[in-house]
Design a protein around this ligand. Structure first.
Ligand SMILES: N=[N+]=NCCCCNC(=O)[C@@H]1[C@H]2[C@H](O)[C@@H](O)[C@H](O)[C@@H](CO)[C@@H]12
Length: 445
């Protein structure tokens, strides 16, 4: 058996817009995802989060599932529109749901890990420029301060942002996510303001003297050259800069990669958002780095690509329902690279999991493919730990099937199946497998 350390944190993760529903309850205002999902053509089959998994009303049953699972921590996000529903209005009562949720988690012996922002920006803030506007930085700090003052003594772990790469590139550059803009200059400005708001919120957390830990979650994708040809190796370097170092370097080293500034700013602009002192704020020391890992990228040199001169080629591994290659070695390589290039920063894997075409058969879901995926990735994490890696915990994405952004409910990531007709929860075989791993604090050899 491969044992994990005493005190290793096993968890599951979700996000507000993906599971809560109740989008018009408790005084909640509209978010950019309400707008985006209700815009025809943006989300598969016209799906939206109005009901989602109805976690807002069913959270006690869901906590019972977590308690039976045996996890020690649950990562969830707070919906900003519940606290700032409209311009000029702060609705602290909008936190009442989260206070109930947090007290119930603590009573169940489960450590709450709160993500302050997981993409559901209040629509009124987007109307005011959204993450393209520097004004949003101070609004995020104001929002964070309300959370810290209301929940700071109850919540021991805070994540400022979830995947600023996705929020900026998919939301403002590619238009695949809310707010659905296709403007690279705004995407780069949005990325900078997301990072700047992270730094100010970390500083605020220190100023308030709160006793927990605070960090940021980045989606990180290790990049491999399609061949050993020097031009492919150089292409992988450029993609790594765009995919990973763009966020890692400012947060952990206090500087953007030089080549990103030179090459990208020349092509798309956007770094005019950087003002003197910003990088010092962004690199405020953090207590941990949250890593979301799903798969790797394999790239070849392609002069026809205007921005980075790369083209993606498929890896040779099996694929998940998201058409992402299953590549557990990438998790080990990623964690090792972080330790090599950024020092011994404490790491949590804040998301890892897979979507598969799960079917209910006689009241069960035999998701052996998801068990295989998780076992391989747990083994990769274990190898890093064996080598002295500073890995603190592992949150499986996701506790339950949920709203998978532009794919709606067509992709299932949960270890618990959700019947969207009845909203019934059915633990999958992977739930029971994970339950045993937690009991053993080990995986089979
Ligand atoms: N082009 N392109 N895109 C590549 C983007 C890849 C990364 N997607 C993620 O990491 C998201 C993360 C998110 O936190 C969660 O809210 C999502 O439900 C999971 C599953 O999708 C993952």
């Amino acid at each position: 058996m491969r044992k994990f350390p005493e005190g290793f944190i096993w968890g599951t993760a979700t996000a507000s817009y993906q599971v809560e529903g109740a989008t018009r309850e408790g005084g909640r205002g509209r978010s950019i995802w309400d707008t985006f999902a209700h815009t025809p053509g943006k989300v598969a089959q016209g799906h939206h989060g109005d009901v989602a998994c109805d976690h807002y009303h069913r959270y006690l049953d869901d906590i019972q599932l977590m308690k039976d699972l045996g996890i020690s921590s649950y990562r969830f996000s707070i919906a900003w529109p519940r606290v700032m529903p409209e311009k000029g209005r702060v609705w602290v009562k909008g936190l009442d749901f989260y206070k109930r949720l947090i007290h119930a988690l603590l009573e169940a012996g489960i450590r709450p890990a709160v993500t302050i922002y997981h993409w559901d920006l209040p629509q009124w803030i987007e109307d005011d420029g959204g993450w393209n506007s520097r004004e949003t930085v101070s609004r995020f700090r104001e929002y964070s301060e309300i959370l810290f003052r209301e929940l700071g003594d109850l919540v021991p772990m805070w994540i400022t942002h979830n995947e600023p790469w996705c929020a900026s590139i998919l939301g403002y550059g590619l238009g695949a996510h809310a707010p659905g803009l296709c403007d690279w200059r705004r995407a780069y400005r949005a990325a900078h303001h997301l990072l700047l708001s992270h730094g100010h919120t970390v500083r605020l957390y220190r100023e308030l003297g709160l006793k927990g830990e605070i960090g940021i979650t980045l989606n990180l994708t290790p990049v491999y050259p399609a061949s050993s040809r020097p031009e492919d190796v150089a292409a992988a370097h450029r993609q790594d800069m765009f995919q990973n170092r763009w966020f890692l370097d400012p947060v952990l080293k206090g500087a953007y990669p030089e080549e990103l500034l030179r090459r990208v700013d020349a092509v798309v602009g956007g770094f005019d958002a950087v003002q003197p002192g910003d990088l010092e704020v962004i690199s405020a020391p953090i207590d941990f780095l949250g890593v979301n890992y799903y798969s790797r990228a394999v790239v070849a040199d392609d002069p026809a690509d205007p921005l980075l001169g790369v083209r993606h080629v498929p890896g040779e591994g099996p694929r998940t329902e998201m058409d992402w290659e299953v590549y557990p070695e990438g998790l080990y390589d990623l964690l090792s690279r972080l330790r090599r290039d950024y020092g011994d920063v404490p790491i949590y894997i804040t998301e890892n999991g897979a979507a598969y075409d799960d079917r209910v058969e006689g009241g069960s879901v035999h998701d052996t493919n998801r068990i295989e995926y998780l076992a391989l990735h747990f083994a990769a994490a274990h190898r890093f730990l064996e080598e002295g890696g500073n890995l603190r915990g592992y949150y499986v994405w996701s506790l339950m099937d949920n709203f998978e952004w532009a794919f709606g409910y067509t992709k299932r990531f949960g270890i618990v199946y959700v019947d969207y007709e009845t909203l019934a929860r059915i633990p999958k075989d992977s739930y029971f497998w994970y339950q045993q791993v937690i009991r053993d604090r080990a995986i089979a050899p």
